[in-house]
Write a protein of this length. Structure first.
Length: 334
């Protein structure tokens, strides 16, 4: 079953096509978990697959095989990857590891800096108001975190909308949304094909916080209004009437919001009935992730069998292999 080593690579091409439908049709909290798991598992699995293909190419090189006391001839016979494929896999693996390491370092520094900034902002209720005319609001992770709001943003919103804004930002802190964004970004850094998952997670964590604010205040329409006003004020644009935003694009149907940005889609979602968990989408996503993990484990096990075969061949020669064992391992990665 030589397809095992290639299956995660194939799924990383197909699976991202479902990232946006999942983010728009499934309840935001569940969607965030599924999208983050998809990005991380597929990112790790494709990296392992590239590593396995690169290793099988290396042990087919006589000099390198000699260093490991393997039979290069046997490795070439049983190798599931042609030399050009193994070389390409090695180059892609190097790029994936370098990109992921850089992203992980930058993200770790960013989170550490945010935590330090939060610790330097003493406040009894976790709210920090800064004197700034530019409308802005954000959450700083920490122990505990801080909600930072500019005076410009406070002037943009009315009193009831201040409560909505605080509920939204505190939802980010309570659910540790920055970790979901970081993990999805790490998977996308390892495999750029997975970027739709990372993009979708940045949207679903906002939707998750929107829904938390709606539950806290009990008024979805007012939350939608606050989200639209805050976003449009930050961009210096006049606020449109809610009736012009449309309601159906967020449900995945072709409509006015099919190509819209995240803020109009968030507003439309708040003006529509709350989304459900969609067990069908959950089952399909879980099945794809399970298939990815099973194929990765199978391919890794087959590499172990291949190394045993080429090691035996090196010590005893190919004519002294156990016929039964040879039959079971003649097709590595499957």
């Amino acid at each position: 079953m030589r397809i095992a080593v290639y299956l995660p690579l194939l799924l990383s091409v197909i699976a991202p096509l479902g990232a946006r439908p999942l983010s728009e049709r499934c309840e935001p909290r569940l969607a965030t978990w599924l999208l983050t798991a998809s990005a991380l598992i597929l990112g790790v699995a494709t990296t392992i697959s590239l590593g396995l293909l690169a290793i099988t190419g290396l042990i087919g090189v006589p000099f390198l095989a000699g260093l490991g006391h393997w039979s290069a001839r046997t490795a070439q016979i049983n190798d599931p990857a042609e030399p050009p494929v193994a070389l390409l896999a090695g180059l892609l693996l190097g790029g994936a590891l370098l990109t992921a390491a850089r992203m992980l370092w930058r993200r770790a520094r960013s989170i550490a800096s945010a935590i330090w900034d939060a610790a330097c902002m003493p406040t009894p209720d976790g709210l920090v108001i800064v004197e700034d005319e530019a409308p802005d609001a954000y959450a700083l992770p920490g122990l505990p975190g801080r909600v930072v709001v500019s005076t410009g943003m406070l002037r943009t919103l009315d009193k009831a909308e201040h409560d909505i804004l605080l509920a939204h930002e505190r939802a980010h802190l309570a659910a540790h949304h920055y970790l979901f964004v970081a993990l999805a970004g790490l998977g996308a850094a390892a495999n750029p094909l997975l970027r739709p998952f990372a993009t979708a997670v940045t949207y679903t964590v906002e939707r998750w916080a929107d829904e938390q604010a709606a539950r806290a205040t009990g008024d979805r329409r007012r939350v939608a209004r606050a989200v639209g006003k805050a976003a449009l004020a930050a961009h210096g644009a006049p606020a449109p009437r809610l009736s012009t935003l449309g309601f159906r694009g967020v449900l995945g149907r072709r409509g006015p919001l099919a190509g819209a940005g995240p803020v109009p889609r968030r507003v439309a979602a708040l003006l529509a009935p709350p989304l459900t968990r969609r067990p069908g989408l959950t089952l399909v996503t879980t099945a794809c992730l399970a298939l990815t993990m099973v194929s990765t484990v199978a391919a890794t096990h087959d590499l172990h069998d291949l190394l045993e075969v080429v090691g035996i061949a090196d010590h005893h020669g190919p004519h002294h292999l156990d016929p039964d064992r040879s039959n079971h391992t003649a097709s590595p990665f499957g």
